[in-house]
Write a protein that binds this ligand. Structure first.
Ligand SMILES: C[S@@+](CC[C@H](N)C(=O)[O-])C[C@H]1O[C@@H](n2cnc3c(N)ncnc32)[C@H](O)[C@@H]1O
Length: 376
């Protein structure tokens, strides 16, 4: 097995979901996760007591942090805003979409304003202002004390930086020893940083609804819920690319996903510890639970039984969120066509693998659902 260097890199810069609405169309499972969170939104909204004297003409501001093209959250965001509109008719509504600089904001606006392939709430809710900010959730996005409801789904597992390359794997779930410890420490620092910026943005009694990838109480996480281990397969196929001479050892090494999945204990520690900066900044845990949401493509396969169709539909959902990282690991000395060919070959082999032996494949989602309030 080739050893990877432990030098960090700026690979977090390569995170982008596939553009042109591909992300939302290929990622219906992420939409299921968000749509299923309505009881948590309702809980947060009720705790904000919007009907109880808060219809004072001041803006109600909601964020969707790490929104990608906005398609997966469109129904949930519309439902939240309609709920507020009904109970606080005088308050202007500000919906602020946020993601990284390289996100596909054209598609985001097309979807948000109802010009894209997905139906939007736009036009149905009076007094609504849709805005966007290309500010990372590792920074303060909004002015201090201006946020009512901060929301994020399936985004905060992306670290602010890769602490090291992992010598024998593509993902921190396969890391060991010092490399695992480096990812754990980065995960802890990054989670605290996210929360402290949100603590600054929130109004007193403002709330966060965060649906974050994580490890549940049984040790399950994305693509590892009892069947095949998705990240081990990704690693094996990438190593095969090395063995066949398609990529160099440096390119194998560079492919370390800058991600970490917090456990429930890691998510809740800074909120529960009275000595932590997060607790001192006024953030309190209102609710936490873990959920497994079945991979919609594996679920459909159980019904239709067509392995070729399953493979054809399943691989794009993986591709939608990690293709940019594989591409970023390839040498810039290669031409675009050559890089595309390596990537096509990689996902092509994954598709063949699933088509020829489909049992147990799937990308079940494992999330930690958190509701957090700012004291005041
Ligand atoms: C898997 S997508 C999730 C999109 C959508 N929230 C959903 O649940 O379907 C992750 C998104 O997080 C964004 N992201 C990653 N790191 C980020 C950061 N530091 N700040 C803001 N967005 C980030 C990515 O650009 C991407 O659009």
């Amino acid at each position: 097995m080739p050893a990877k260097s432990t030098a960090g890199s700026a690979q977090a810069d390569n995170i982008t979901m596939k553009a042109g609405g591909y992300y939302s169309l290929a990622t219906t499972g992420a939409k299921d996760v968000i749509d299923g969170a309505w009881p948590l939104f309702e809980r947060a909204l009720k705790a904000m007591d919007l009907a109880g004297g808060r219809d004072d003409g001041s803006p109600f501001t909601m964020t969707d942090m790490g929104c990608a093209d906005g398609g997966t959250s469109i129904d949930a965001v519309g439902r939240v805003l309609a709920w507020v509109r009904e109970r606080a008719p005088l308050r202007p509504l500000q919906m602020v979409y946020t993601d990284q600089i390289r996100n596909d904001y054209n598609t985001l606006f097309r979807i948000g304003f109802g010009q894209g392939p997905i139906e939007s709430y736009h036009g149905r809710i009076p007094g609504l202002h849709i805005l966007a900010s290309a500010t990372s959730f590792y920074e303060q996005i909004l002015p201090a004390g201006s946020l009512d409801l901060g929301f994020s789904a399936t985004a905060m597992h992306w670290l602010s930086a890769k602490p090291c390359d992992i010598s024998n794997h593509v993902h921190s779930t396969g890391a060991e020893g010092d490399e695992l410890a480096a990812f754990q420490a980065q995960g802890r620092r990054d989670w605290e940083r996210i929360l402290l910026h949100r603590a600054a943005e929130l109004k007193p009694n403002g709330h966060l609804v965060l649906l974050n990838f994580g490890r549940d109480e049984e040790g399950r996480y994305l693509g590892n819920t009892g069947g095949r281990h998705m990240f081990d397969i990704m690693n094996r196929l990438w190593r095969d690319s090395l063995a066949s001479g398609a990529i160099t050892e440096a390119e194998y090494r560079a492919m370390t996903l800058p991600q970490y999945y917090n456990s429930v204990a890691e998510f809740t520690a800074p909120l529960n510890d009275p000595d932590s900066p997060v607790h001192r900044a006024g953030l309190r845990l209102s609710h936490v639970e873990t959920r497994v949401v079945r991979c919609p493509y594996a679920l459909a396969f159980e019904a239709h039984g067509d392995a070729a169709r399953f493979a054809r539909e399943y691989i794009p959902t993986i591709r939608s969120w990690n293709e940019s990282i594989y591409k970023g690991a390839l040498s810039s000395k290669r031409g675009a066509a050559e890089r595309d060919a390596i990537i096509e070959d990689y996902y092509g082999r994954y598709e063949t693998l699933v088509r020829d032996d489909p049992e147990g494949h799937g990308m079940d989602y494992v999330h930690c659902y958190l509701v957090i309030r700012k004291e005041g």
